[in-house]
Design a protein around this ligand. Structure first.
Ligand code: CDP
Ligand code: CDP
Length: 213
């Protein structure tokens, strides 16, 4: 019901889904979970433990959050994101992370989750679903600006190659691929400022919640 809504936000890397999800959480007074951080935590464990990302067994063993600080900036690095997209192809890794996400989505007061498969797999009955996109070039520009802003050297061309590789892996995998849910509203932020994207997202979600009320 719309008094305790579940809002699902999915989309490719650097589309703006995290920004939109946070703003929706603030607007509707809901808790927010960035599910990408869970896959990034698995990746960071592997990087730290010297585990092989090509081994499903090693990746499953790395599904352990006991030593993870979710504020660790290393979780946000492109290196971690790249390994995250490699370990997230394994069905056993996805299964190990499902319950935590469903529990979050099932909170009595409602919740906002963002990721790749929230509207399709984690919360298929969500009250409102957004699929946030932008062109690969724009997304690479945004990620490039973020990295240089953090003082990290990065070439735009390399960031674009990384983004395209991640898109291909995330959309092409068999288990929970990145795909727009049938009942999701599309939000293309290519030509939008953050403010415009957030305003549009709130309007789309409010319309959905009114319809389902
Ligand atoms: O922030 P960005 O969009 O670059 O990445 P992220 O959302 O932190 O996700 C990192 C990687 O985790 C993605 O490339 C996906 O492969 C994977 N992921 C996933 O498979 N399912 C999710 N619900 C969230 C992330
Ligand atoms: O969560 P996701 O990886 O999809 O993207 P994000 O972290 O929300 O946004 C990636 C970067 O693009 C951030 O630096 C945002 O401030 C920026 N952004 C933007 O420039 N214009 C938008 N309409 C949305 C986000």
């Amino acid at each position: 019901t719309s008094s305790a809504p579940i809002i699902a936000v999915d989309g490719p890397a650097a589309s703006g889904k995290g920004t939109v999800a946070k703003a929706l959480a603030r607007h509707f007074g809901l808790p927010h979970l960035d599910t990408g951080l869970l896959y990034r935590a698995v990746a960071l464990n592997l990087l730290r433990w010297g585990g092989d990302p090509d081994s499903e067994f090693a990746a499953v063993r790395a599904c352990d959050f006991s030593q993870i600080d979710f504020d660790d900036p290393e979780l946000r690095s492109e290196m971690t994101g790249g390994v995250a997209s490699r370990v997230s192809v394994y069905p056993a890794v996805r299964e190990a992370l499902v319950q935590r996400q469903r529990d979050f989505a099932g909170q009595p007061g409602g919740a906002v989750l963002d990721g790749r498969d929230i509207g399709t797999v984690i919360a298929p009955d969500a009250d409102a679903k957004l699929f946030v996109t932008a062109s690969p070039e724009i997304r690479a520009e945004r990620r490039h600006a973020e990295l240089t802003g953090l003082g990290l050297a990065a070439h735009y061309e390399d960031v674009l190659i990384d983004i395209r590789a991640r898109d291909e892996r995330d959309s092409g995998r068999a288990a929970a691929p990145l795909v727009q849910a049938e009942d999701a509203d599309l939000l293309d932020t290519s030509e939008m400022t953050i403010d415009a994207a957030v305003r549009r997202a709130i309007a789309l979600v409010e319309a959905r919640l009114k319809r389902s009320a």
